[in-house]
Design a protein around this ligand. Structure first.
Ligand SMILES: [Zn+2]
Ligand SMILES: [Zn+2]
Length: 327
């Protein structure tokens, strides 16, 4: 099969011919029809996440069809469309798994990081960590639901019942979260890079009632903020923008250092919290909710060999919505 392979962090992805992987016990072999490109892929490629499997096939927003089932795999039929997301495996037995926090499992493995992912024509996955994909979504439009959507949804849950929600960094996650939040009757302010007129326009189109500079507070105090951009200086900026008892949720797996800030920004029982990975429950809930909103994803598609170009567009903030690879 054709695959894009990372041989060492900070080196360019290489097109390679690899053997088609064999499904082990409990696994399915999936023919990949689309794989979303995520900022986490950039963090893996840039060496910002420690100890990736090497060589590695990145990609953790995989939509495809089951073409073969390993022994004892019977959850999906051959031919059925499934999704594979970031959480590839959890042990089910550690204290975090037992508490319902499998996202924090001490033995967890992640797709496109510790196991091969979807920048390829085929991928294998533990069937218990796959998701049926709702009807009505073409493959490429479904792919961003699997990380941008799931992580965004988990962040939105952590924002509690906030009525006025600020979204910092209006990329793949925010454009999905905005639609869900509007569906729930919440109001959205979008905070974008200073001078990013096109980003502000896109945010308004997706339901934000106001869009402006991310380093300044908005026209009204926020009940909660979600930061999707991996930029530490947005944390004090968002604390400035939320009201007392408001929450600032950090949705990225990696962020540049958070600069020091005066205590009064946190004072007033404001909360800063991170969101780490996702659980299968997030996936089931969100994939049931998405068609009822209905969430519509904006995607640009690229071929497998264009992966590096798609990642560069993402790095520069040039992608409107989500970038998706179509092998
Ligand atoms: Zn565990
Ligand atoms: Zn992701």
């Amino acid at each position: 099969m054709r695959a894009m392979v990372l041989e060492a962090p900070r080196e360019p992805l290489q097109p390679r011919e690899l053997p088609i992987p064999r499904p082990a016990v409990g696994q399915v072999l999936v023919q990949v029809s689309a794989c979303g490109v995520c900022r986490t892929d950039l963090h893996v490629l840039d060496g910002e996440l420690p100890d990736p499997k090497l060589p590695l096939v990145p990609g953790h927003q995989i939509v495809g069809r089951v073409v073969e089932r390993g022994q004892q795999a019977g959850r999906f039929e051959v031919g059925q469309r499934v999704g594979i997301a970031w959480l590839a495996w959890a042990d089910g037995s550690c204290r975090y798994c037992r508490e319902g926090h499998e996202n924090l499992c001490e033995q967890a493995r992640f797709t496109g990081y510790q196991v091969d992912g979807g920048y390829a024509e085929f991928a294998v996955a533990d069937e218990r960590f796959c998701y049926p994909i709702p009807e009505g979504y073409p493959d490429a439009q479904a792919a961003p639901l699997l990380c941008a959507g799931l992580i965004g949804y988990r962040c939105l849950r952590m924002a509690g019942d906030a009525q006025l929600l600020g979204l910092y960094g209006f990329g793949a996650s925010a454009h999905i979260v905005a639609q869900v939040a509007r569906h729930q009757g919440r109001r959205i302010f979008a905070f974008v890079r200073s001078g990013d007129e096109e980003g502000a326009r896109f945010a308004r189109q997706m339901g934000a009632e106001w869009a402006g500079d991310s380093l300044r507070p908005g026209p009204e105090p926020l009940d909660a903020a979600i930061i999707f951009a991996p930029v530490g200086e947005l944390v004090p900026a968002a604390l400035r923008a939320v009201r007392p008892a408001g929450t600032v949720v950090l949705g990225g797996i990696h962020m540049s250092d958070i600069p020091g800030f005066p205590y009064h920004l946190l004072w007033g029982e404001r909360v800063v919290r991170s969101v780490a990975n996702l659980t299968r429950r997030d996936g089931q809930e969100f994939l049931e909710l998405a068609p009822r909103v209905p969430v519509r994803t904006e995607v640009e598609t690229h071929s497998l060999v264009e992966a590096a170009a798609a990642l560069e567009r993402l790095r520069r903030g040039q992608v409107r919505g989500a970038a998706v690879l179509v092998p």
